[in-house]
Write a protein that binds this ligand. Structure first.
Ligand code: AMP
Ligand code: MG
Length: 483
């Protein structure tokens, strides 16, 4: 039994949106990581699943009770270019209905070829799957909407990349895998019935209130756009860079999905790019909000026939809805920034105060996370930092602003420590943990890192080794696509 309650609402969509696809068994499935807390919240039986039988399920060798495996079809703009895609190495087992009645996709990533694999092998390497697990679970602990990682199972099989790497399968749990690219797929096929069915389905799954709106598809679009604005604001506020914000990697649920060459920035620089394939800096930190809006424009284009039968009216509606993105993003960003600065009230100049701090950080190449952590210190800002005249000037303005707040210092510090993580997944630590695990079979650094990242707001008990950025001798950080 093991607690599986799999349903298959997505499979009820027209055949255009999916193909049956069974996982291809692997030689020797073994747990590298199993996430018991997540399993419990899904209503799964940890004792039954943290076993060789469980590893066989999460490696794709046996199907859990009630599974009806399929690959999802979707298109996408990749670095600005439109392509037909689909799950080339991910297989949806079904939707688990959790004890609290939530419906979540359970998907095996790296489970073998599907009808959408094109020339790919359908497989994944252990390092990138562990990276997705570490970063997604860190995002979850930071309170940022994200898909989650239930397990990483090594396959006992090699995968051929630039070099031969150990293979693995990741079990991903997400509110859904509906994405901008799913709508682009429907639109590209010029199939109005399929598009209408997808709108209905997405509304039922994510935005039931939109069904009662005068134009349900428009209300759906506005809800998706607001979630996206909120999500990207959260990314900006912790210095997270997704790395591949293609439209196929943008979930309509508002969760962060598809962790590839993502990373957190150390010193604040809006032009930071980590992905080795992003030579133009399309997905640099500062570009994330405009790219989200660009992706939403592709979604609006796909939805156009559903906004109105008259194309001119439809386009006007799309423009009006898209135009709100910037203001919505600003709102979410500023609300979060006020929290980071310990402000419970709102004043007109708060955004200026925040951008002045960022300007100083950029100039000083200050560490983003540690600067906010320093501001959140119970005993006040460190004297060494105040010797920097640029910082001291900003600090004086901040103190003047804080003086107009009614709440006392203890409240302010508590508020700031809830908004500013004491630690993030530092690139060198992630890299060290992945190397130890994937190349030397040593899981201890990974386990230590996961344990520390589970409580990022615990300022009183943060291990010093986890808060330091890489030393100045470290080469610029690059991450590689998780293929
Ligand atoms: P991603 O960059 O992970 O978002 O993947 C982009 C597209 O490439 C998706 O359609 C994936 O399913 C597909 N893909 C990535 N890696 C592989 C692989 N090893 N085999 C087959 N398809 C893949
Ligand atoms: Mg993807």
């Amino acid at each position: 039994m093991s607690g599986w309650r799999l349903e298959h609402s997505y499979a009820g969509l027209p055949a255009l949106f999916h193909s049956p696809a069974a996982p291809t068994p692997v030689r020797d499935p073994q747990f590298v990581v199993f996430n018991p807390a997540l399993a419990v919240s899904l209503g799964l039986d940890v004792a039954a699943l943290d076993t060789p039988d469980g590893a066989a399920i999460f490696g794709g060798n046996t199907l859990p009770e009630g599974a009806r495996p399929l690959a999802q079809a979707y298109a996408g703009h990749q670095f600005g270019h439109f392509t037909g895609l689909g799950d080339g190495r991910a297989i949806l087992l079904g939707e688990q209905v959790t004890p609290d009645g939530t419906r979540v996709d359970v998907q095996l990533k790296g489970a073998g070829q599907t009808p959408y694999s094109r020339r790919g092998d359908g497989r994944a390497a252990l390092g990138p799957m562990l990276r997705e697990l570490v970063i997604s679970e860190a995002m979850y602990a930071l309170g940022i909407p994200t898909s989650r990682s239930l397990a990483v199972v090594s396959t006992g099989e090699p995968v051929q990349r630039e070099r031969v790497l150990p293979g693995a399968v990741l079990t991903r749990v997400a509110a859904s895998h509906l994405r901008v690219g799913t709508f682009e797929w429907a639109a590209a096929h010029r199939d109005p019935a399929a598009l209408a069915a997808l709108v209905d389905y997405t509304i039922r799954r994510h935005d039931p209130a939109a069904a009662a709106a005068p134009v349900p598809a428009l209300a759906l679009f506005e809800a998706i756009a607001d979630r996206q604005a909120a999500l990207i604001a959260r990314w900006q506020l912790v210095g997270f860079i997704h790395g591949v914000m293609n439209t196929d990697n943008m979930a309509l649920s508002g969760e962060t999905i598809d962790y590839g060459p993502c990373a957190f920035m150390d010193s604040y620089d809006p032009e930071t790019v980590f992905s080795s394939i992003d030579s133009q800096g399309r997905y640099a930190y500062a570009n994330q909000p405009p790219i989200a809006q660009w992706n939403l424009a592709r979604l609006a284009e796909a939805l156009l026939p559903m906004f109105d039968q008259d194309q001119a009216v439809a386009i006007d509606r799309a423009h009006a809805a898209l135009e709100q993105f910037t203001a919505r993003f600003r709102h979410h960003w500023l609300t979060g920034m006020r929290g980071k600065l310990g402000l419970a009230t709102a004043e007109d100049d708060d955004a200026t105060l925040a951008t002045a701090l960022l300007a100083w950080m950029r100039e000083a190449r200050a560490d983003f996370t540690n600067t906010f952590r320093a501001l959140s210190a119970a005993g006040g800002v460190d004297a060494a930092l105040l010797r920097d005249s640029g910082f001291a000037a900003w600090h004086a303005a901040w103190q003047a602003r804080l003086a107009r707040e009614a709440s006392g210092t203890d409240d302010r510090v508590a508020r700031m420590q809830r908004h500013n993580p004491a630690l993030i997944p530092r690139n060198h630590l992630v890299e060290d943990a992945l190397t130890a695990a994937a190349e030397h079979g040593d899981l201890a650094p990974l386990e230590r890192l996961l344990a520390a990242l589970a409580t990022p707001f615990d300022h009183a008990r943060v291990p010093a080794a986890f808060t330091e950025p890489a030393g100045p001798a470290a080469p610029p950080y690059r991450t590689f696509c998780g293929t």
